[in-house]
Design a protein around this ligand. Structure first.
Ligand code: 6R9
Length: 651
């Protein structure tokens, strides 16, 4: 359906007292754009500062000179803002609800007082291992409370955490430990998920073979499963936490000191370390959590992401805890023991705001509504989505079956790089349209540029590439160790703007519709994957001569991974080899990178200068042979016919 034909959904009843109504949104938004100093100068005060800031904004998007500073002379501690400052007023309130993978196992309710005790002890364990202010600590943990303790403990002593998603392979982990020159890695013995166990510690052991032997390995004994133990290197975190002092003074940090690094995929090369700041990031995570989810005192907030992704950083840990909320951490999967698990957990813990990815909604939608109907979902006030565009069918299913037509759905567009929500409806202020992220958040000035001329497309409607015209406090500051790469990736192509990598349409009402990546990044189940990463994993296999990877539409995952593989001379294609390559990529990167389809390609379409024509490969993968465009510039146009024949013969 054309976007102009999609009707608006009104603001549901019960949002009259939302933090922002329609008028407030307009007024605050206009102020945030016309007077960012005034707006953010005021909003920055939502945090506790050790030394107040006198300067609010000092930012420059000029290619070659890009520099982003917010609250630059302010001094604070992120952990104090997420923990200590709540102790007096809500020490006995639950900070974290932990719901284990096993539905029969008991949930934990961790109060702010208990959180403080755990975090202080964890911080002292880090100090005892020689971790100091500014050192990097890699966290490779499942979704357990210790992941939160570890993050906040780093923040407390001024160490920079870098979380590596527990689904990544030893190689991917080693690359990240080495790139950030981490002093320690924190892992767990094994990680239960969906009734199975991943051997995290042995993955860490394998990774550490490729790292400096100075790297310490802090092990959380979570399941008690047997692991190897390297004396002098491995530390039993839980045992040590009982021995150290429960008091660890917080380190005063500059607002611009890095809080964390998070590696993310781009269109070229290895994943880059996105660096986020202490002050600006935390202000932005807190304000967006409050307004987008209309969070009020006492609400139980559940974001189903993993802390290994930015969504988990901003909306399981930093945003909710800075706001003194009760945040739910779920160790399991949406389909274990059955497709009703999400709704069982919503009922059990009386969840008020529920935030998930479209891919999860589509997967559950396919399992039928009988899994939903069993549960009382009347505590839900608001639903959210993140990670990829949501198709109207999934939106409507979510609205009708989960929200019962009474819950606003906030479709939040943002990125690892942006720190927090950028385009999203505010539930009491903006009418929604299924599939549109709607309007910009405070302080965000989106512009649509023509991809060829780089001209700003004024007026509505408009289509092109999405850029942001000015800085916001949650913006990434640099790529770890490579400021040049930061500038080249985000500020070179469209001078004077931050380039998001996404395509976008703005409709007659000024609503934004994200159309997906315009670069070689694909979005698989809401996870970002660089096609170049999968290609380099494939060509590292001895039997592979060349590989080209593209995305193609996938019913549940949004996009699937389609790999064209050219084998070495003399190697025969076979189903066994296909399986071998799938396993190979799993081991090189992780299960999320496993190709969904591998097509044997005797040749790849290339220009005469040897550049692979991905545009054509994308069309073939999409079964869209009618619009291949001009193939006359190809070195060997006939390879295209071969590829199409093969594609069709696979059915
Ligand atoms: C938070 C997160 C970022 C990319 C982004 C875009 C896509 C995220 C979206 C969305 C349409 C939404 N994306 N949210 N597309 N509507 N609501 O997902 O960060 O993993 O860095 O991915 O995801 O393509 O550029 P990240």
């Amino acid at each position: 359906m054309a976007v102009e034909n999609i009707a608006k959904h009104p603001i549901p009843a019960g949002f009259e007292n939302a933090h922002a109504g329609p008028e407030d949104y307009r007024k605050l938004y206009d102020e945030s754009i016309s007077d960012p100093e005034g707006f953010w100068g005021r909003e920055g005060k939502r945090l506790d500062w050790i030394e107040p800031y006198s300067k609010v904004k000092n930012t420059d998007f000029t290619f070659g000179d890009v520099s982003i500073k917010w609250f630059e002379d302010g001094v604070l501690n992120a952990c104090v803002n997420c923990v200590d400052r709540h102790l007096e007023s809500r020490g006995d309130q639950t900070a974290i609800i932990f719901e284990p993978d096993d539905p029969e196992a008991e949930a934990q309710h961790i109060t702010y007082n208990q959180l403080s005790d755990r975090v202080n002890r964890f911080a002292n364990v880090l100090l005892s291992q020689g971790v100091m202010r500014g050192d990097r600590v890699v966290i490779y943990l499942p979704m357990i409370p210790e992941a939160a303790y570890a993050m906040l403990a780093c923040a407390r002593i001024g160490a920079i955490h870098s979380i590596v998603f527990a689904g990544f392979s030893p190689d991917a982990l080693a690359n990240r430990i080495n790139d950030s020159e981490a002093k320690a890695v924190i892992t767990a013995d094994t990680a239960p998920r969906g009734g199975r166990r991943t051997a995290l510690k042995s993955n860490a052991d394998a990774a550490l073979l490729h790292c400096s032997d100075k790297v310490r390995c802090l092990v959380v004994k979570h399941t008690g499963d047997q692991t190897t133990w390297v004396e002098g290197r491995d530390v039993d975190v839980k045992a040590m936490m009982e021995e150290v002092s429960p008091d660890c003074p917080p380190r005063p940090m500059n607002a611009e000191d890095p809080l964390f690094i998070l590696y993310t995929s781009g269109s070229t090369g290895r994943p880059k370390g996105v660096v986020h700041s202490t002050g600006g990031y935390l202000v932005y995570a807190a304000i967006s959590h409050q307004y987008t989810f209309d969070y009020h005192e006492g609400d139980v907030f559940w974001c189903t992401a993993d802390v290994g992704w930015v969504t988990g950083h901003s909306y399981i840990i930093y945003g909710p805890l800075a706001n003194g909320a009760t945040t739910l951490m779920f160790e399991g999967t949406p389909t274990y023991p059955d497709a009703g698990r999400f709704w069982a957990v919503c009922e059990k813990h009386k969840v008020n705001q529920f935030y998930t990815a479209p891919t999860a909604i589509r997967a559950l939608m396919g399992q039928g509504t009988e899994h939903v109907e069993k549960y009382d979902l009347s505590s839900l006030r608001l639903l959210g989505t993140v990670g990829e565009p949501i198709n109207p069918e999934a939106w409507n299913w979510y609205d009708k079956n989960i929200g019962k037509g009474n819950c606003p759905i906030v479709d939040t567009w943002w990125q690892t790089e942006t720190g927090g929500h950028m385009i999203t409806s505010l539930p009491g202020a903006v009418e929604t349209k299924p599939g549109s992220a709607t309007l910009p958040f405070f302080g965000v000035n989106p512009v649509i540029l023509d991809p060829e001329s780089a001209k700003v497309q004024e007026g509505d409607p408009a289509s092109g590439v999405l850029c942001i015209a000015d800085s916001w406090p949650g913006q990434m500051r640099t790529v770890w160790g490579d400021h040049q790469r930061f500038m080249e990736t985000y500020f070179q192509q469209y001078k004077g703007y931050y380039f998001t990598g996404d395509g976008c349409t703005r409709d007659e009402d000024g609503y934004y519709w994200i159309t997906g990546r315009v670069d070689d990044v694909i979005n698989v189940s809401g996870h970002r994957m660089g096609t170049a990463e999968v290609e380099s994993a494939l060509v590292a296999h001895a039997k592979v001569a060349e590989a080209a990877v593209v995305g193609y539409p996938h019913q549940v995952k949004g996009q699937g991974i389609y790999a064209y593989v050219t084998l070495m001379n003399g190697v025969e294609p076979s189903d066994e080899l296909r399986k071998e390559l799938e396993t190979w990529v799993r081991n090189e990167i992780g299960p999320i990178a496993k190709p969904d389809l591998i097509q044997w390609a005797p040749g790849l379409p290339k220009t005469r200068s040897g550049k692979i024509m991905r545009r054509i490969l994308r069309k073939i993968a999409e079964d869209d042979y009618g619009s291949l465009g001009d193939t006359s510039t190809l070195a060997e146009p006939e390879v295209v016919d071969d590829l199409i024949d093969n594609r069709m013969n696979r059915g």
